[in-house]
Every structure is written in C-alpha cells, then in structure tokens.
Design a protein around this ligand. Structure first.
Ligand code: KG4
Ligand code: ZN
Length: 350
C-alpha cells in the first residue's frame, strides 16, 4: 500500500511516500526557518503563504524521489491538527482537492500520532508490535508528553507539561542567551565544552502533591517556566555570561536541567508501568546529550530504548504517511477530513 503524506501544521512544508506503513520511499521537507529567523519564532501569516507556494512542488518532488506517479498512490493522508490553523488549512485544502481530482481515498492524521509513530519508521524495527507496551517521551516545540502505546492504534496520555513545552523552553532560553533560532540546536552547539553542573537550574515541578491538568498524576507532568525565569535572573545579574566559556557553561547547565526533568518523569513512568521498552520522539530527540542520558536511563532500568531516526524527529510527512498506512493496514477506515483542529489532543489513532 502506497501512502502519500502531507504535513503543513507549522513551518515545514512536507510530503512523503511510504510503503506499507514502513518503507520510506521519499521524504521531502522544505523548512521555512530562514523566513522566520528574524522574528525568533514562527509567524503564522508568513508560514501559510510559504506553504501555498511550496506545497505542489514539494508533492511533485516526493513522487519523483519515490519513483512513482499519482496513479500508483493508494491513499492520501494529511495532518488536520494540532498546529497553526492557517498552516493546517493549506495542507487540508490541497489534500481534499487532490483526493477529488484523483478519485483517491483521503484520511486525516493527528500530528502527534505521527510523532509517536516515527519510532516505528526505524529500519531496525521490522515489526512495531514487538515494542509494545511502549512508553514514549514526545518532545517538540509545542508539546511535551508521556504516552503509553499498547499498539499502533491504541494509546493513552500519561503526563504532559503544565506550561511550556521543552522545545519552547530551549527556544526561549536561546533568545535570552543571545543565540539564534531555533534554539534547541543552537544551545546544543553553544554547550560544547561547557560544564553541565556549573549552574544549578531548577529541575521542574517541586513536590509531587497537588492537582495536575486533566486528572493526570502530577509526578508524571512537567513544568519549564521556572527554568526559564531562573535563566532570566542569572543573565540579568551576570550579563557577561552571554559570551565565551561562560556561555558554554550556561548553555550546558540549562539544557541539562531541562533533560534531567524529562528523565526523572520518564524513568518513574517506565518503572510504574512495567514497560520493557521506551522511546523518544520529536524535534528535541535530535539532541545528542539527551540521547546519551536516555541511553544511561535504559541501562539503569534494564530496558530497551528507541529513538526516532534523526530525519523523522523534526516535523516531516513520512511519519504522517507511515501512521496512516499502518492504521489502514489494520483495517481501520479513513478518518474524514472536514476541518482543521489547532488544539487537537493526543488520542488513540482511531
Ligand atoms: O518536532 P518539531 O520539529 O516541531 C514541533 O512539532 O514543534 O520540534 C521543533 C523543536 C524546536 O523547539 C527546536 O528547538 C527543537 O525541536 N530541536 C532541538 C534540536 N533540534 C530541534 N532541541 C534540542 N536539540 C536539538 N538538536
Ligand atoms: Zn511536530
């Protein structure tokens, strides 16, 4: 089964062709980072206009790279949320038009389901069913969650951030440090040679008591707003920390605190859920220091860990086409594409 995936939820215009929910035949991602960089964040108006211009050439590239034609596509899949409304609308409108014109079925995909599934696109994972139950740490610019997956179509939210996403904390922290955008990779670079123990930044929620949003257990939830504030005060008191070796220590200590908070919640959850596997997906999962800490955690816990392949960590359409194919192959009918859902929660892939 050949699925053509379309992803325009934020500032990447992406299309991919994936066979049978596993083999990625093409994966085209046109990043708009340069257009948004002067603003240190995504400008919705710029993003949607860029999607309009880029989407058809990106789709054609995806077909060309996959060495296939429109006729051979069995299913179209498009992200309908969560994301920026005006960006989602471009992908959804194009997908609906293509579906009608080509007379091909079309299914809606939850962007978060795509991120969760990205770990299954690892060529080393030939049968995703061997991974479950799987605890997934999903870390992006917009979301930070712990999800238990019991199958490709069956999962449950266990924990999430109560304020900023970890990627957002890195992006905002980078701005305070005078680094570029997006902040995660900039902080990773600036941290080279820095001492991660030099500055004692706060490690997320203090204490395990008190309510958490949506009936979730507080000790499985995250908070990054205190971390950001601590950085703000440190740099206010020491403006010279924005340069040279001092900057490396600040960057290394800042990302270390963010990752320690992730690891603390993840380890606790893996232990409590009795899972034999955990995974990390999303843009922040590209970070080498985080990957090293995940590796150590897996050894401590005596379980296996998996990361989404680098190319499928940041936003892409292979994860959208992949999950759509895997779900369709399990006999689930397509999800109608009606409108866009900017705040779509993570929910079982139908
Ligand atoms: O998954 P993604 O492309 O988009 C969302 O769905 O949000 O994630 C983007 C986030 C940004 O916050 C970016 O700073 C972060 O991923 N990121 C990284 C790295 N590469 C991207 N964070 C830490 N280290 C990296 N190497
Ligand atoms: Zn994403």
């Amino acid at each position: 089964m050949l699925v053509l995936g379309i992803e325009t939820s934020c500032d990447e215009t992406a299309a991919a062709v994936v066979r049978d929910g596993h083999d990625v035949l093409s994966n085209i991602v046109l990043s708009q980072v340069a257009a948004h960089r002067p603003y240190q964040g995504v400008v919705p108006e710029i993003a949607s206009r860029a999607h309009v211009e880029a989407l058809m050439p990106v789709l054609e590239d995806a077909l060309r790279q996959a060495n296939t034609g429109w006729d051979e596509i069995d299913l179209l899949a498009v992200t309908h949320g969560p994301g920026l409304a005006s960006s989602l609308l471009i992908g959804v409108t194009a997908a609906r038009a293509l579906s009608m014109r080509l007379n091909k079925p079309l299914t809606a995909v939850n962007h978060l389901a795509g991120h969760l599934y990205s770990v299954c696109l690892d060529p080393a994972v030939s049968d995703p069913d061997t991974l479950f139950p799987l605890i997934v740490l999903l870390v992006t610019g917009g979301h930070t969650m712990l999800v238990r997956m019991d199958s490709v179509t069956d999962y449950r939210l266990l924990g999430q951030t109560l304020d900023d996403a970890v990627g957002e904390a890195l992006d905002k922290g980078a701005t305070l440090m005078g680094l570029g955008y997006p902040g995660g990779p900039e902080i990773e670079k600036a941290a080279t040679g820095g001492d991660p123990a030099r500055h004692a930044f706060p490690r997320g929620l203090r204490g395990d008591r008190g309510p958490a949003a949506g009936g979730l257990s507080r000790d499985r939830c995250f908070s990054f707003s205190g971390l950001k504030t601590a950085l703000l005060y440190l740099l206010r008191d020491h403006p010279d920390y924005r340069e040279g070796a001092e900057l490396a220590h600040v960057a290394a200590s800042y990302q270390e605190a963010a990752f320690d908070a992730l690891l603390d919640r993840l380890e606790r959850t893996v232990r409590e859920e009795g899972a034999r596997h955990f995974a990390c997906v999303g843009g922040v999962a590209k970070n080498k220091r985080l990957r090293a800490k995940l590796e150590e955690a897996a050894a401590r816990l005596g379980v296996q860990w998996h990361a989404a392949p680098m190319a499928y960590c940041t936003d892409n359409a292979a994860m959208i086409a992949g999950v759509a194919g895997a779900v369709a192959l399990r006999g689930v009918p397509p999800e109608p594409v009606d409108e866009v859902y900017p705040n779509l929660p993570v929910a079982a892939a139908r």
